[in-house]
Design a protein around this ligand. Structure first.
Ligand SMILES: Cc1cc2nc3c(=O)[nH]c(=O)nc-3n(C[C@H](O)[C@H](O)[C@H](O)COP(=O)(O)OP(=O)(O)OC[C@H]3O[C@@H](n4cnc5c(N)ncnc54)[C@H](O)[C@@H]3O)c2cc1C
Length: 469
């Protein structure tokens, strides 16, 4: 979406044109020092999928809405880019049939599906176990993966009888103290099962097993229809045609909210019953309500006057676990379409064929820790790829370090042990006119695009009804 002065004016005009401002209930007067043009019903901070969804939905309801985004682009932890002649996603990529919110948006805007080569035309399964490389049929590979993962994730149904309603039962409490390392340790698994499951669990949490709560592994499985194979399919099979940017553009172009890019918010200050939102390099806007749709890891870097709850700040400082790597590597020549997996401490614990071209293949890979692999070091990438595909020649590779980006400070969300019990409800709780949204605090697919949309949608509904009352 190009945001120009014209677009800004269009946003203003549209907000007024729907006539919603008057129709939507009590209006609060801007404080004396804020001009009418700089006063909004709602300011949304953060233009990832959560913020874009919320801003769109609020604008549809006639709320005068401003979306402030720190980066010069929307999309947050999704970012469609070009690599080796393909539109690739450097952040969030795959969506699944069990993901109702993103699936519905895709249908609403008529965005087509593309399929990973490793799912569409699988030819080879590769895994590292007991220090050796093994090559099997895709069916055998799926069987091995499923047998270990089913044992690891067996209590998923008990912990989350309603996957989109995580607090429906208290049974989750039995598992929240465990790390993924402890849960795995307690199981009797064969060596291949253990090595495969450890890599799978490490990639789910995008970190080391001791850091990652076991409960979220169960949560993911519950969301994937209680079946590790279905879970994997939801995480790795379908891409949006044209990349996630095509859905994001469709949603933001449909929105009537005003958008300001390159506008990092530094502080939110309460002034009687309204708020002043301060933007880096000067300037501020006034509003009746603020939706914080920034990554959880970023929340603590904002200043709140008066302060928000100590638990929210503590959760932000403890951080979500996602801090690993993702890369694309172009491999020379033709070769079988493969899926490969290694144990948790391998530089890449997953690598598979994503695109197949005439004279090369693009593989996508994930690792648990940037210290184990610098994705921009072609030699290191070559070595990591060769562990799975001996003789493969890496022509070029690319990746993005989300950990050093101040506006993400990490990758996707899994929680640490006890994080769920201690923080989730509190992270979702509004404080006065401050509301919170984002994939990192969603009820369903927390850590996914689907969760971001769910959370943004719920926040918009909540804010709209609060402003009405
Ligand atoms: C490498 C990687 C791979 C992934 N793979 C998948 C996948 O295959 N499928 C899937 O569903 N999900 C995947 N995810 C997760 C998914 O991308 C995210 O969970 C989701 O996009 C988060 O959306 P969000 O709106 O909650 O947060 P974000 O997308 O992080 O949006 C938050 C926004 O807030 C902005 N912001 C931050 N600070 C400020 C500030 N001070 N002022 C103003 N704006 C600010 C940021 O710039 C950003 O735009 C992946 C993520 C990564 C990083």
């Amino acid at each position: 979406m190009k945001i120009s002065r014209r677009d800004t004016l269009k946003g203003l005009a549209a907000a007024t044109a729907v006539g919603g401002l008057a129709a939507c209930g009590r209006s609060t007067s801007p404080p004396a020092q804020t001009s009418r043009n700089d006063f909004y019903d709602v300011v949304v901070v953060g233009g990832g999928f959560a913020g874009v969804t919320a801003a769109r939905d609020l604008s549809f309801r006639g709320r005068r809405t401003l979306l402030l985004e720190a980066r010069p682009r929307l999309g947050g932890r999704t970012f469609t880019s070009e690599f080796a002649g393909h539109r690739v996603d450097l952040g969030g990529t795959w969506i699944g049939v069990e993901q109702p919110f993103v699936w519905a948006e895709r249908m609403r805007y008529g965005i087509g599906l593309a399929e990973s080569a490793a799912f569409a035309q699988p030819q080879q399964g590769i895994y590292l176990a007991g220090g050796k490389r093994h090559q099997v049929t895709p069916e055998k590979y799926a069987e091995l993966f499923a047998s270990g993962a089913r044992k690891f994730l067996a209590p998923a149904q008990e912990a989350f009888p309603r996957p989109f309603d995580p607090f429906f039962s208290k049974a989750y409490e039995r598992f929240d103290h465990l790390s993924s390392a402890q849960a795995l340790e307690a199981l009797k698994l064969s060596q291949p099962e253990r090595d495969i499951v450890s890599g799978f669990a490490a990639i789910n949490g995008h970190s080391h097993l001791a850091e990652i709560g076991y409960l979220d592994q169960l949560k993911w499985c519950a969301l994937g229809a209680y079946d590790p194979l279905r879970l994997f399919e939801n995480c790795a099979r379908y891409r949006l045609e044209g990349g996630t940017g095509s859905l994001l553009d469709a949603m933001s172009n449909d929105s009537r909210a005003e958008v300001r890019l390159s506008s990092p918010v530094t502080a939110i200050v309460r002034e009687n019953d309204t708020y002043r939102v301060e933007i880096e390099e000067g300037g501020s806007v006034g509003t009746r309500a603020v939706l914080l749709a920034v990554p959880l890891n970023v929340l603590a870097s904002l200043r709140f006057e008066p302060g928000i709850s100590a638990e929210k700040m503590a959760a932000s400082r403890e951080r979500i676990t996602g801090s690993g790597t993702k890369l694309y590597a172009r491999l020379k020549g033709t070769q079988p379409v493969f899926s490969a997996q290694g144990p948790d401490k391998t530089p890449l614990t997953f690598l598979w064929s994503e695109y197949v071209d005439e004279d090369s293949q693009i593989a996508v890979g994930f690792g648990p820790d940037p210290k184990l692999l610098d994705v921009n070091d072609t030699e290191a990438v070559q070595k990591a790829v060769a562990a799975f595909v001996p003789g493969a020649e890496v022509l070029e590779s690319t990746g993005y370090d989300w950990n050093v980006d101040p506006y993400s400070q990490g990758t996707w969300c899994m929680y640490r042990p006890m994080f769920f019990s201690k923080y989730l409800r509190e992270l979702q709780r509004p404080e006065g006119g401050l509301y919170f949204a984002g994939s990192d605090i969603a009820n369903g697919w927390r850590g996914f695009i689907d969760g971001a949309i769910e959370s943004g949608m719920s926040a918009a509904r909540q804010i709209h009804s609060a402003l009405n009352s």
